[in-house]
Design a protein around this ligand. Structure first.
Ligand code: C2E
Ligand code: CA
Ligand code: CA
Length: 711
């Protein structure tokens, strides 16, 4: 069967159908399902438009959330199903013509706004209803009083017609009359209820004033009172109500009966609890989130004298690699497993674990004795991470770096404590990771904070604080310089020269890597041009430029590269882009397309740090690469003499496979002549390393090339 191609209106309609099917069963409405769908359709249309509107207008999401309440979808389940449905289908049916990744992000913001709008509308409605109930109570008081003096039949009519629960009791609390709504709320038979006394209905969660108010009323000292009150149903479940009790007086004004009006708020309460839970917990791991953690930390820091706190700030080592190479789904599973393990480390009273975001977690301990406890806590956490985590049949080793802050309550703000913990964690990471460090105020002051660097990055690019060093690539056969790799550095006004390992991850995290990478490419290509002009005899010098995974997915990559080459008048063959192995593992054709385009134009693509990821050699065939750059670790293992025969075999194997696939092999980190010789014998083509030259200014390369051309 061939389906007619759908127009946008058809797809919108389909979305509304799915939505109404999901929500209709949990909506108390007199509409039929198709009628109900008609009511959802305008809401669906608003969502669809909001999905594409620029800038994104969260108010639209909130309005749709409120619209649900208006459409009587007040059951918490209705919201939950709505959000699921929007999550799964909105982008699918209404997202044509946009960047899918971006639409997904917008969609999730709309969902948040919808949940907020829903909660807000429900709250407002409750307030309005409470007022209506109070009004009804007064009215009912009048009506019932009249009815009492009138006929029994009219009296019952008032009772039965009401949508809220109504019950009447005498001043001793014996129940005389109840209406159908109240029976349904309690799940009791009328006989059953009428045999009860109001005073039996105590509940552990009764507000302290509940029974005082009651006594005052039946003594005739107050006309009515209003409370939230819980009742046990006969099946043991709990019914929450908005309860209004009024005193009914006889014709002479003497207290005679009490009249209770109750509205069932059980569901709404559950929803509020759930919204509170969702606002304070991380959706992926179920751990308390940043908000919740800050509340607890604030409390701990505000605790009285002799109280202390201890905080472990954990960041996983190398989590990004897992995410990049195995995909986000695997990364998520890893985080869930880590969260479970952490949770089991902090089970004592006063302890908690939270996820701050990404791969950052915290564990908090409070009490008088945290000096000792926090060390034990950190040790427990390190221990819990020891066993490998199995994901997709792979055993992943997880390591983490922990920054510990411990101290007396009442001296610092939560933000200060967290900052100190973050700096300390970073110190643990710089010391090689897989360890914990204790905060030290002096070290804090000296430490370059990631926050500081991250916020300084954009201005640094504008102010021209970056510069590039070039490290020659040497042909192993004849020792000639063939080109150079561009390696970026940051001349920081306070901290001096920072290596890329210090700021590239931050630039990737904030997206600055795209303009920074473009700048590096532009500078390097211009440099290649300058080399050519000043010095052409030794053959053209090629330039290698590193690309981050984020640049790979950036839509402007191909066009930017073409423009840069054209502007500098450099042919594509002179450029080699280095992409790490981990960025390409599991890459689908969409991701490879820009690289393939560049390769077709003549740009070389090198697979950087080869041998550090999990890639499958057979996979190389489908990648548009022409050069393998063997990771430094292979070269390092050749430092001792004689070199490990297994390592030699591995390198030999890789080289012969690479050559059979028409790939050239470059080795990195060559520090001695012996290594260079060994690698040459193994068949490697080009080498790079301190043995030849450290990365340096562009003129140095010039000199080197000159030497080997003349000597
Ligand atoms: P990489 O691409 O593997 O670069 C080679 C690194 O090895 C450089 O470190 C280089 O200084 C160092 N190296 C070179 N020869 C030797 C040697 O004989 N022995 C030892 N021990 N090390 C040697 P560097 O400059 O710190 O760069 C680190 C990483 O930062 C690079 O690793 C690259 O992944 C990244 N990077 C550098 N520049 C850029 C850039 O412009 N853009 C992006 N996205 N990443 C960059
Ligand atoms: Ca590189
Ligand atoms: Ca490398």
């Amino acid at each position: 069967m061939i389906a007619e191609p759908d127009g946008p209106e058809d797809r919108l309609r389909r979305f509304a159908t799915i939505w109404s099917r999901a929500v209709f069963p949990v909506t108390s409405t007199s509409l039929t399902r198709p009628e109900f769908e008609e009511r959802l359709l305008p809401l669906a249309r608003r969502l669809s438009q909001a999905l594409h509107a620029r800038p994104l207008d969260a108010d639209e999401g909130r309005a749709v959330g409120a619209g649900l309440v208006t459409a009587h979808c007040t059951d918490p389940e209705a919201l939950s199903r709505t959000l699921d449905c929007v999550d799964a289908y909105l982008v699918l049916y209404c997202g044509a013509g946009g960047d899918q990744e971006e639409l997904r992000a917008r969609c999730s913001r709309l969902q948040h706004a919808m949940a907020a709008g829903f909660a807000q509308a429900l709250r407002e409605r409750t307030l309005a209803e409470q007022e209506a109930i109070s009004a009804a109570a007064l009215q009912a008081q009048g009506v019932v009083a009249q009815a009492l003096h009138a006929t029994e039949a009219r009296f019952r009519a008032v009772f039965e017609g009401a949508a809220i629960g109504i019950g009447m009791a005498d001043l001793e609390g014996n129940i005389l009359q109840v209406n159908g709504a109240l029976l349904r709320m309690f799940g009791h038979s009328e006989q059953n209820l009428r045999a009860r006394n109001v005073k039996e209905w105590t509940h552990p969660e009764d507000a302290p004033q509940t029974w005082t108010l009651y006594e005052e009323l039946v003594r005739g000292e107050r006309e009515h009172y209003h409370l939230e009150k819980a009742f046990y149903r006969p099946d043991g479940t709990v019914l929450w109500t908005n309860l209004t009790v009024s005193l009914l007086r006889d014709a002479d004004g003497n207290p005679q009966y009490q009249l209770a009006l109750m509205e069932d708020t059980t569901e709404r309460r559950l929803l509020n609890l759930r919204l509170r839970y969702e606002a304070t917990h991380d959706a992926l791991t179920g751990l308390p989130n940043r908000t919740f953690f800050f509340e607890r930390l604030e409390k701990a820091l505000g605790a009285g004298q002799s109280q202390r706190f201890g905080l472990c700030y954990l960041d996983l080592d190398g989590f990004k690699t897992v995410n990049d190479s195995l995909g986000h789904a695997a990364g998520d599973r890893l985080l869930v497993e880590v969260a479970d393990r952490l949770q089991s480390c902090a089970t004592a009273p006063g302890e908690m674990v939270a996820r701050l975001g990404g791969d950052e977690f915290v564990a908090l301990t409070t009490g008088p004795d945290t000096e000792r406890e926090v060390d034990e806590l950190a040790a427990r956490i390190m221990n819990a991470l020891l066993a490998p985590i199995s994901i997709d049949g792979r055993e992943l080793t997880v390591r983490g770096s922990i920054g510990i802050v411990e101290g007396p309550a009442g001296t610092r703000s939560p933000a200060e404590v967290l900052r100190s913990a973050d700096i300390t964690m970073y110190r643990a990471k710089s010391a090689g990771g897989n360890r914990f460090e204790l905060a030290d105020e002096e070290a804090d002051a000296r430490a370059i904070t990631r926050h500081g660097l991250t916020t300084a990055l954009p201005a640094a690019l504008e102010r021209g604080e970056f510069f590039i060093e070039y490290q020659p690539l040497v042909h192993l056969g004849d020792g000639s310089v063939r080109g150079a790799e561009a390696l970026v550095r940051w001349l920081h006004p306070q901290h001096g020269v920072l290596g890329p390992d210090r700021f590239i991850p931050l630039a990737e995290h904030t997206g600055l890597i795209v303009p920074l990478g473009r700048w590096v490419l532009e500078q390097s290509v211009r440099q290649a041009r300058a080399w050519r002009e000043r010095y052409d005899d030794a053959g053209p010098l090629r330039i290698n430029v590193n690309l981050s995974p984020c640049q790979l997915t950036h839509p402007g990559l191909v066009q930017d590269t073409v423009d840069i080459l054209e502007r500098a008048g450099v042919e594509p063959e002179a450029l080699c882009l280095e992409v790490t192995e981990s960025a390409l593992i599991g890459a689908d054709d969409d991701l490879l397309k820009p690289l393939r385009r560049l390769a077709e134009m003549g740009v070389d693509i090198a697979l950087d740090d080869f041998g550090t990821g999990y890639s499958n050699l057979a996979n190389l065939r489908r990648l548009p690469v022409s050069i393998l750059k063997l990771d430094r670790s292979f070269t390092q293992s050749m430092q001792q003499f004689p070199a490990d025969p297994v390592d030699l075999k591995i390198v030999e194997g890789i080289v012969s496979l690479a050559h059979s696939l028409d790939l050239a092999v470059t080795v990195e980190g060559v520090e001695t002549g012996a290594q260079a010789e060994q690698l040459r014998i193994l068949g490697c083509d080009t080498a790079q390393g301190w043995y030849y030259a450290r990365p340096g200014p562009p003129d140095r390369l010039h000199e080197l090339a000159l030497i080997d051309a003349t000597g």
